[in-house]
Design a binder for this molecule. Structure first.
Ligand SMILES: *Cc1c(COP(=O)(O)O)cnc(C)c1O
Length: 418
């Protein structure tokens, strides 16, 4: 199986007349289709809502697009809350799943009427002191240990900073009830980028059992269960992509097995996906500036880790298509690099690709989530524009590229750089 770019070389040649490389570009049609499929896959649940994890692609045009498809937002910082508010999200359309939370962020979330998701039992007093305890509140669970699906170890929640133990969760619900909370949610995020249709159903099973126990032990009214993010995408061409319909049915089965017989058939299912919502529908397009041959062959792009950090940070795989050479044999081995003075600034290492020429356009796949967003400004490199490929084939700029003035803006209190 090969990965197909949603742009051709001809289309990129047309786009660069207006918007030079590098840029991130998102495919509106596929984003909308995918959001509709998710809502369809969970339509068996009356209260289902996907709260898009803003941190994955914090762009107001994307947030508004998802809002039209019925999505809410999952925020974890003040600026994410502010952006969501400006995009028209309010009240129960906002989930605030933060950790190590400053007081002002709880105040803002409470003011917006967002669902507040407490990461720790000690935050009950903190929230009460600074913002007050709302009537609806959510608590985050960490099951500890190692999380496996079958024989595959997926992640290590026992080593993760998030959430509360089960004992703390029971205690937290009792305390919150005594402080006036009336309706409760449960949240957990225990494995990231799971390329398996089993992750959500397995997590749902754990959280549904927990909900029954919490109801029995504390008498709390459980209003929703938030499966959070973690549904992954097939970054590698040989991976089988997740099937959201199989996932939705898997959760449905657990719901009918565990919640319905325990009088919890009205519980709403929430998700907070970021990666699965956007990653495959975004790409980073860059131009080949240089080729260098020393002990290895290097292809140098006009993009760097500032534009896409995942390979440098995690050694993450991102598939690369050399536009216009889709059908040529991959018989050349390259390291594809950016320009940072950092040797880990490589989009690919020892990658077999078609013969690359200076001036070629390189399409880096699956950058729609946790791509642009992770960018930084090392070496004074500037962040790129973000573009939206509209359903009618036109291209809209949804964020301009940074300029040197943006980079110098935080020195505007003095005259040196004026
Ligand atoms: C990052 C994050 C998400 C989204 O995760 P994905 O892997 O992008 O689906 C959802 N909820 C919380 C609390 C997160 O921190």
């Amino acid at each position: 199986m090969n990965k197909k770019a949603f742009l051709t070389k001809e289309k990129v040649e047309e786009i660069v007349k207006t918007y030079p490389t590098p840029f991130h570009i998102y495919d509106e049609k596929q984003i909308v289709e995918n959001a509709r499929n998710i809502n369809k896959a969970f339509s068996w649940n009356k209260g289902f809502k996907e709260y898009f994890a803003v941190k994955a692609t914090p762009n107001p045009f994307i947030l508004k697009l998802l809002k039209e498809e019925g999505c809410g937002v999952d925020c974890s910082s003040l600026t994410e809350l502010m952006m969501s508010e400006k995009c028209g999200f309010s009240g129960e359309e906002i989930m605030f799943s933060s950790n190590v939370t400053p007081a002002e962020e709880y105040v803002k979330a409470k003011e917006l009427g967002a669902f507040i998701n407490l990461d720790d039992i000690s935050h009950i007093d903190f929230l009460e002191k600074h913002a007050g305890i709302p009537e609806k509140i959510c608590c985050r669970f960490n099951p500890g240990g190692v999380f496996s699906l079958g024989t595959d170890i997926m992640d290590n929640p026992g080593d993760a900073k998030y959430g509360m133990t089960k004992e703390q969760l029971i205690e937290a619900f009792k305390i919150l009830k005594s402080k006036g909370a009336k309706h409760f949610g449960i949240h957990s995020f225990i494995a990231s980028n799971t390329v398996s249709n089993e992750y959500y159903p397995t997590l749902a099973g754990i959280l549904f059992e927990l909900a029954v126990e919490l109801k029995n032990e504390t008498g709390a009214d459980i209003e929703f269960i938030n499966l959070s993010g973690g549904v992954g995408v097939n970054y590698k061409p040989d991976q089988e992509p997740n099937d959201i319909f199989v996932i939705g049915e898997g959760v449905h089965k657990k719901f009918d097995e565990i919640l319905v017989p325990n009088g919890l058939g009205d519980v709403k299912i929430f998700t907070e996906m970021g990666r699965f919502m956007l990653a495959p529908y975004g790409a980073l397009v860059a131009k080949v500036l240089h080729e260098k041959k020393i002990y290895k062959d290097y292809i140098g792009l006009d993009a760097c880790a500032v534009n896409l950090m995942r390979p440098a940070m995690y050694g993450a795989y991102h598939h690369i298509t050399v536009l216009g050479k889709e059908n040529e044999p991959c018989d050349h081995k390259y390291d594809v690099t950016g320009s940072l003075c950092e040797n880990n600034d490589k989009f690919a290492i020892d990658r077999m690709l078609p013969k690359i020429d200076i001036g070629d356009y390189v399409y880096i796949h699956d950058t729609g989530a946790h791509g642009f967003a992770m960018g930084y400004n090392y070496n004074g490199k500037l962040k790129s524009a973000e573009l939206l490929l509209k359903e009618d084939g036109s291209v809209q700029m949804i964020r301009r590229a940074e300029t040197p003035d943006d980079y110098f803006a935080t020195f505007d209190f003095c005259d040196i750089l004026k």
